[in-house]
Write a protein that binds this ligand. Structure first.
Ligand code: HMG
Ligand code: MG
Length: 304
Protein backbone atom coordinates (compact mmCIF):
# COMPACT_ATOMS: atom_id res chain seq x y z
CA UNK A 1 0.00 0.00 0.00
CA UNK A 2 1.27 3.51 -0.75
CA UNK A 3 2.11 5.83 2.13
CA UNK A 4 -0.51 8.40 3.26
CA UNK A 5 -0.28 11.93 1.81
CA UNK A 6 -1.18 13.49 5.14
CA UNK A 7 -0.69 12.34 8.73
CA UNK A 8 -2.43 13.56 11.89
CA UNK A 9 -0.03 13.95 14.79
CA UNK A 10 -1.53 13.73 18.27
CA UNK A 11 0.89 15.55 20.57
CA UNK A 12 0.89 13.72 23.89
CA UNK A 13 3.80 15.55 25.56
CA UNK A 14 1.73 17.56 28.07
CA UNK A 15 0.13 14.33 29.38
CA UNK A 16 2.13 11.18 28.55
CA UNK A 17 5.33 13.19 28.38
CA UNK A 18 5.01 14.90 31.74
CA UNK A 19 2.99 12.41 33.81
CA UNK A 20 6.08 10.54 34.95
CA UNK A 21 8.13 13.58 36.01
CA UNK A 22 9.08 13.31 39.68
CA UNK A 23 9.24 17.06 40.30
CA UNK A 24 5.87 18.77 39.92
CA UNK A 25 5.89 20.80 36.73
CA UNK A 26 4.20 24.14 37.53
CA UNK A 27 0.76 24.71 36.02
CA UNK A 28 1.94 27.83 34.16
CA UNK A 29 4.69 25.83 32.42
CA UNK A 30 2.16 23.19 31.32
CA UNK A 31 -0.17 25.93 30.07
CA UNK A 32 2.67 27.68 28.25
CA UNK A 33 3.70 24.38 26.62
CA UNK A 34 0.18 23.71 25.38
CA UNK A 35 -0.23 27.26 24.08
CA UNK A 36 3.03 27.00 22.17
CA UNK A 37 1.91 23.69 20.66
CA UNK A 38 -1.40 25.28 19.63
CA UNK A 39 0.46 28.13 17.95
CA UNK A 40 2.71 25.67 16.10
CA UNK A 41 -0.32 24.10 14.38
CA UNK A 42 -0.74 20.82 16.25
CA UNK A 43 -4.28 19.63 15.43
CA UNK A 44 -4.76 17.46 18.51
CA UNK A 45 -3.09 17.96 21.89
CA UNK A 46 -3.44 15.52 24.78
CA UNK A 47 -3.48 18.21 27.43
CA UNK A 48 -4.61 16.67 30.72
CA UNK A 49 -5.53 13.58 32.70
CA UNK A 50 -8.45 13.36 35.13
CA UNK A 51 -7.14 10.37 37.06
CA UNK A 52 -6.59 9.88 40.76
CA UNK A 53 -3.83 12.24 41.98
CA UNK A 54 -2.82 9.47 44.41
CA UNK A 55 -1.95 7.31 41.41
CA UNK A 56 -0.46 10.03 39.19
CA UNK A 57 0.47 13.08 41.31
CA UNK A 58 1.90 14.98 38.33
CA UNK A 59 -1.53 15.24 36.72
CA UNK A 60 -3.12 17.01 39.71
CA UNK A 61 -4.24 20.46 38.59
CA UNK A 62 -5.46 19.23 35.20
CA UNK A 63 -8.67 21.25 35.54
CA UNK A 64 -6.65 24.41 36.09
CA UNK A 65 -4.52 23.61 33.05
CA UNK A 66 -7.59 23.08 30.85
CA UNK A 67 -9.21 26.25 32.15
CA UNK A 68 -6.09 28.38 31.60
CA UNK A 69 -5.01 27.44 28.07
CA UNK A 70 -5.81 29.67 25.12
CA UNK A 71 -7.87 27.44 22.84
CA UNK A 72 -7.58 27.74 19.11
CA UNK A 73 -10.62 26.88 17.03
CA UNK A 74 -10.38 23.51 15.33
CA UNK A 75 -7.80 22.06 17.75
CA UNK A 76 -8.89 19.01 19.73
CA UNK A 77 -7.78 19.19 23.38
CA UNK A 78 -7.96 15.66 24.85
CA UNK A 79 -7.86 14.32 28.39
CA UNK A 80 -7.76 10.89 30.03
CA UNK A 81 -10.89 9.80 31.92
CA UNK A 82 -10.70 6.39 33.64
CA UNK A 83 -14.16 6.57 35.25
CA UNK A 84 -17.24 8.78 35.79
CA UNK A 85 -15.43 11.03 38.28
CA UNK A 86 -12.79 11.73 35.62
CA UNK A 87 -15.49 12.24 33.01
CA UNK A 88 -17.41 14.78 35.09
CA UNK A 89 -14.20 16.74 35.75
CA UNK A 90 -13.29 16.59 32.05
CA UNK A 91 -16.73 17.84 31.07
CA UNK A 92 -16.51 20.80 33.45
CA UNK A 93 -13.07 21.60 32.01
CA UNK A 94 -14.50 21.70 28.46
CA UNK A 95 -12.51 18.74 27.15
CA UNK A 96 -13.07 18.14 23.42
CA UNK A 97 -12.13 14.47 23.44
CA UNK A 98 -12.02 12.00 26.29
CA UNK A 99 -9.63 9.05 26.39
CA UNK A 100 -10.66 5.80 28.01
CA UNK A 101 -7.76 3.42 28.49
CA UNK A 102 -7.49 -0.31 28.88
CA UNK A 103 -4.89 -2.91 27.92
CA UNK A 104 -4.38 -6.00 25.82
CA UNK A 105 -2.81 -7.59 28.90
CA UNK A 106 -4.76 -8.45 32.08
CA UNK A 107 -1.71 -7.99 34.28
CA UNK A 108 -1.09 -4.43 33.05
CA UNK A 109 -4.75 -3.51 33.39
CA UNK A 110 -4.61 -4.49 37.08
CA UNK A 111 -1.42 -2.50 37.74
CA UNK A 112 -2.51 0.59 35.82
CA UNK A 113 -6.21 0.96 36.60
CA UNK A 114 -6.72 -1.57 39.37
CA UNK A 115 -9.24 -3.76 37.53
CA UNK A 116 -9.54 -6.46 34.88
CA UNK A 117 -10.08 -5.67 31.19
CA UNK A 118 -13.74 -6.75 31.49
CA UNK A 119 -14.23 -4.57 34.59
CA UNK A 120 -12.65 -1.62 32.77
CA UNK A 121 -15.24 -1.98 30.00
CA UNK A 122 -17.99 -1.94 32.65
CA UNK A 123 -16.48 1.23 34.13
CA UNK A 124 -16.23 2.85 30.69
CA UNK A 125 -19.82 2.09 29.68
CA UNK A 126 -21.43 4.99 31.62
CA UNK A 127 -18.52 7.23 30.57
CA UNK A 128 -18.98 6.62 26.84
CA UNK A 129 -22.78 6.76 27.17
CA UNK A 130 -22.47 10.20 28.77
CA UNK A 131 -19.91 11.36 26.20
CA UNK A 132 -22.22 10.35 23.33
CA UNK A 133 -25.08 12.22 25.01
CA UNK A 134 -22.87 15.30 25.48
CA UNK A 135 -21.45 15.15 21.94
CA UNK A 136 -17.84 14.62 23.04
CA UNK A 137 -15.39 12.64 20.93
CA UNK A 138 -14.24 9.33 22.41
CA UNK A 139 -10.80 7.80 22.00
CA UNK A 140 -9.90 4.38 23.32
CA UNK A 141 -6.31 3.49 24.13
CA UNK A 142 -5.04 -0.09 24.28
CA UNK A 143 -1.82 -0.43 26.26
CA UNK A 144 0.64 -3.29 25.84
CA UNK A 145 -0.50 -4.15 22.33
CA UNK A 146 2.99 -5.46 21.50
CA UNK A 147 4.20 -6.76 24.84
CA UNK A 148 3.61 -6.41 28.56
CA UNK A 149 6.15 -5.73 31.33
CA UNK A 150 4.40 -8.27 33.60
CA UNK A 151 2.96 -10.86 31.24
CA UNK A 152 5.51 -10.78 28.38
CA UNK A 153 4.24 -11.68 24.91
CA UNK A 154 0.88 -10.36 23.72
CA UNK A 155 -0.82 -11.96 20.72
CA UNK A 156 -2.54 -9.91 17.95
CA UNK A 157 -5.79 -11.74 18.81
CA UNK A 158 -5.70 -10.28 22.33
CA UNK A 159 -5.42 -6.79 20.82
CA UNK A 160 -8.28 -7.58 18.43
CA UNK A 161 -10.45 -8.65 21.34
CA UNK A 162 -10.02 -5.31 23.13
CA UNK A 163 -10.45 -3.38 19.85
CA UNK A 164 -13.88 -5.02 19.46
CA UNK A 165 -14.83 -4.02 23.01
CA UNK A 166 -13.69 -0.43 22.33
CA UNK A 167 -15.72 -0.40 19.09
CA UNK A 168 -18.79 -1.62 21.02
CA UNK A 169 -18.24 1.28 23.45
CA UNK A 170 -18.52 3.66 20.48
CA UNK A 171 -14.93 4.91 20.22
CA UNK A 172 -14.27 7.38 17.40
CA UNK A 173 -10.57 6.53 17.40
CA UNK A 174 -8.56 3.66 18.90
CA UNK A 175 -4.88 3.84 19.84
CA UNK A 176 -2.78 0.76 19.42
CA UNK A 177 -0.16 1.45 22.06
CA UNK A 178 3.30 0.05 22.59
CA UNK A 179 3.55 1.11 26.23
CA UNK A 180 7.03 -0.31 26.79
CA UNK A 181 8.40 0.24 23.30
CA UNK A 182 9.27 -3.40 22.57
CA UNK A 183 7.42 -3.87 19.28
CA UNK A 184 9.19 -4.32 15.95
CA UNK A 185 7.91 -3.51 12.43
CA UNK A 186 6.97 -7.12 11.67
CA UNK A 187 4.83 -7.24 14.79
CA UNK A 188 3.23 -3.91 13.90
CA UNK A 189 2.26 -5.33 10.51
CA UNK A 190 0.86 -8.48 12.16
CA UNK A 191 -1.26 -6.57 14.70
CA UNK A 192 -2.69 -4.17 12.11
CA UNK A 193 -3.32 -7.02 9.68
CA UNK A 194 -5.39 -8.73 12.36
CA UNK A 195 -7.50 -5.69 13.28
CA UNK A 196 -7.88 -4.34 9.75
CA UNK A 197 -9.57 -7.66 9.01
CA UNK A 198 -12.72 -6.32 10.70
CA UNK A 199 -12.30 -2.55 11.18
CA UNK A 200 -11.48 0.45 8.94
CA UNK A 201 -7.93 1.83 8.93
CA UNK A 202 -9.23 5.37 9.69
CA UNK A 203 -10.27 4.17 13.16
CA UNK A 204 -6.71 3.50 14.35
CA UNK A 205 -3.68 5.39 15.51
CA UNK A 206 -0.20 4.20 16.44
CA UNK A 207 1.12 5.15 19.90
CA UNK A 208 4.75 4.07 20.08
CA UNK A 209 7.17 4.49 22.95
CA UNK A 210 10.82 4.41 21.92
CA UNK A 211 12.43 2.23 24.61
CA UNK A 212 14.07 -0.14 22.12
CA UNK A 213 14.60 2.49 19.40
CA UNK A 214 12.01 0.94 17.07
CA UNK A 215 9.35 3.62 16.98
CA UNK A 216 10.17 5.41 13.71
CA UNK A 217 10.44 2.06 11.93
CA UNK A 218 7.15 1.05 13.57
CA UNK A 219 5.44 4.22 12.33
CA UNK A 220 6.71 3.52 8.83
CA UNK A 221 5.42 -0.06 9.03
CA UNK A 222 2.02 1.19 10.24
CA UNK A 223 1.86 3.76 7.41
CA UNK A 224 2.50 0.93 4.96
CA UNK A 225 -0.61 -0.72 6.42
CA UNK A 226 -2.62 2.48 5.75
CA UNK A 227 -2.52 4.05 9.24
CA UNK A 228 -2.29 7.86 9.21
CA UNK A 229 -2.68 8.96 12.85
CA UNK A 230 0.32 8.82 15.19
CA UNK A 231 1.05 9.95 18.72
CA UNK A 232 4.33 11.56 19.64
CA UNK A 233 5.80 13.60 22.44
CA UNK A 234 7.79 16.76 22.05
CA UNK A 235 11.49 16.14 22.89
CA UNK A 236 10.57 12.46 23.41
CA UNK A 237 9.42 13.27 26.95
CA UNK A 238 7.83 10.58 29.02
CA UNK A 239 7.61 7.12 30.43
CA UNK A 240 4.83 5.14 32.05
CA UNK A 241 4.66 5.00 35.87
CA UNK A 242 3.39 1.41 35.68
CA UNK A 243 5.96 0.17 33.14
CA UNK A 244 9.43 0.25 34.72
CA UNK A 245 12.24 1.28 32.38
CA UNK A 246 9.89 2.37 29.60
CA UNK A 247 11.12 5.57 27.96
CA UNK A 248 9.11 8.35 26.42
CA UNK A 249 7.00 8.36 23.32
CA UNK A 250 8.66 8.70 19.96
CA UNK A 251 9.91 12.30 19.73
CA UNK A 252 7.64 14.60 17.74
CA UNK A 253 10.58 16.38 16.09
CA UNK A 254 11.95 13.03 14.82
CA UNK A 255 8.57 12.02 13.39
CA UNK A 256 8.10 15.42 11.72
CA UNK A 257 11.59 15.23 10.21
CA UNK A 258 10.90 11.77 8.77
CA UNK A 259 7.49 12.79 7.41
CA UNK A 260 8.94 15.96 5.90
CA UNK A 261 11.57 13.84 4.14
CA UNK A 262 8.83 11.60 2.77
CA UNK A 263 6.80 14.59 1.54
CA UNK A 264 3.93 13.76 3.93
CA UNK A 265 1.95 16.77 5.20
CA UNK A 266 1.10 17.46 8.87
CA UNK A 267 0.25 21.23 8.96
CA UNK A 268 2.72 21.57 11.86
CA UNK A 269 5.48 24.19 11.87
CA UNK A 270 8.63 22.07 12.15
CA UNK A 271 10.96 24.85 13.33
CA UNK A 272 8.48 25.86 16.01
CA UNK A 273 8.27 22.24 17.21
CA UNK A 274 12.08 22.11 17.54
CA UNK A 275 12.03 25.31 19.60
CA UNK A 276 9.27 23.95 21.86
CA UNK A 277 11.33 20.80 22.52
CA UNK A 278 14.26 22.99 23.48
CA UNK A 279 12.02 25.17 25.70
CA UNK A 280 10.40 22.35 27.70
CA UNK A 281 13.58 20.33 28.25
CA UNK A 282 15.33 23.43 29.60
CA UNK A 283 12.33 24.26 31.82
CA UNK A 284 12.25 20.81 33.44
CA UNK A 285 16.01 20.22 33.35
CA UNK A 286 15.89 17.15 31.11
CA UNK A 287 18.10 16.08 28.22
CA UNK A 288 16.26 16.47 24.91
CA UNK A 289 15.55 12.88 23.80
CA UNK A 290 14.89 13.93 20.20
CA UNK A 291 17.90 13.18 17.98
CA UNK A 292 16.63 15.77 15.49
CA UNK A 293 16.06 18.30 18.28
CA UNK A 294 19.61 17.83 19.59
CA UNK A 295 21.18 18.01 16.14
CA UNK A 296 19.35 21.21 15.26
CA UNK A 297 20.02 22.80 18.66
CA UNK A 298 23.74 22.18 18.13
CA UNK A 299 23.51 23.64 14.64
CA UNK A 300 21.62 26.70 15.89
CA UNK A 301 24.12 27.33 18.69
CA UNK A 302 27.11 27.25 16.33
CA UNK A 303 25.22 29.23 13.68
CA UNK A 304 26.05 26.65 10.92
P1 HMG B 1 -9.02 2.78 42.59
O1 HMG B 1 -8.14 3.01 43.78
O2 HMG B 1 -9.37 1.38 42.25
O3 HMG B 1 -10.35 3.65 42.59
O4 HMG B 1 -8.29 3.44 41.35
P2 HMG B 1 -11.39 4.09 43.65
O5 HMG B 1 -12.63 4.37 42.89
O6 HMG B 1 -11.40 3.12 44.80
O7 HMG B 1 -10.83 5.50 44.17
C1 HMG B 1 -9.70 5.64 45.00
C2 HMG B 1 -9.48 7.12 45.31
O8 HMG B 1 -9.20 7.85 44.09
C3 HMG B 1 -10.72 7.79 45.90
O9 HMG B 1 -10.24 8.82 46.75
C4 HMG B 1 -11.39 8.43 44.71
O10 HMG B 1 -12.19 9.53 45.03
C5 HMG B 1 -10.19 8.86 43.89
P3 HMG B 1 -10.17 8.63 48.35
O11 HMG B 1 -11.56 8.30 48.76
O12 HMG B 1 -9.19 7.51 48.59
O13 HMG B 1 -9.66 9.97 48.84
N1 HMG B 1 -10.50 8.91 42.45
C6 HMG B 1 -10.26 9.97 41.66
N2 HMG B 1 -9.73 11.18 41.92
C7 HMG B 1 -9.63 12.03 40.87
N3 HMG B 1 -10.01 11.70 39.62
C8 HMG B 1 -10.52 10.50 39.34
C9 HMG B 1 -10.66 9.58 40.39
N4 HMG B 1 -11.14 8.32 40.45
C10 HMG B 1 -11.03 7.92 41.72
N5 HMG B 1 -10.88 10.20 38.09
C11 HMG B 1 -8.35 4.53 39.21
C12 HMG B 1 -8.85 3.38 40.05
C13 HMG B 1 -8.71 4.26 37.77
C14 HMG B 1 -8.98 5.84 39.70
C15 HMG B 1 -6.79 4.62 39.39
O14 HMG B 1 -6.25 3.35 39.14
C16 HMG B 1 -6.16 5.62 38.48
O15 HMG B 1 -6.38 6.82 38.57
N6 HMG B 1 -5.29 5.14 37.55
C17 HMG B 1 -4.68 6.01 36.59
C18 HMG B 1 -3.46 5.36 36.06
C19 HMG B 1 -2.84 6.26 35.01
O16 HMG B 1 -3.22 7.41 34.85
N7 HMG B 1 -1.85 5.71 34.31
C20 HMG B 1 -1.16 6.45 33.31
C21 HMG B 1 -2.01 6.78 32.13
S1 HMG B 1 -2.23 5.40 31.03
C22 HMG B 1 -0.86 5.48 29.99
O17 HMG B 1 0.02 6.25 30.23
C23 HMG B 1 -0.87 4.59 28.81
C24 HMG B 1 -1.11 5.35 27.49
O18 HMG B 1 -0.16 6.37 27.29
C25 HMG B 1 -1.02 4.37 26.33
C26 HMG B 1 0.26 3.51 26.42
O19 HMG B 1 1.37 4.02 26.24
O20 HMG B 1 0.07 2.34 26.74
C27 HMG B 1 -2.51 5.97 27.47
MG1 MG C 1 1.84 6.06 26.46
Amino acid sequence: MSLPKKVKIVEVGPRDGLQNEKEFVPIDVKVDLINQLSNAGFPNIEAASFVSPKWIPQMAGSAEVMNSIIRKPGIIYSALTPNMKGYEDALLAKTDEIVIFSAASEAFSQKNINCSIAESVERFTPVTTAAKRDGIRIRGSISCSFGCPYQGAVEPKQVADVVKRMMDLGCDEIDIADTIGVGTPGQVAAVFEEILGFAPKELFSGHFHDTYGQSLANIYAAMEMGISIFHSSIAGLGGCPYAKGATGNVATEDVLYMLKGLGIETDINFDAAVSIGDYITKKIGKRNASRVGRALAAKRSTGD
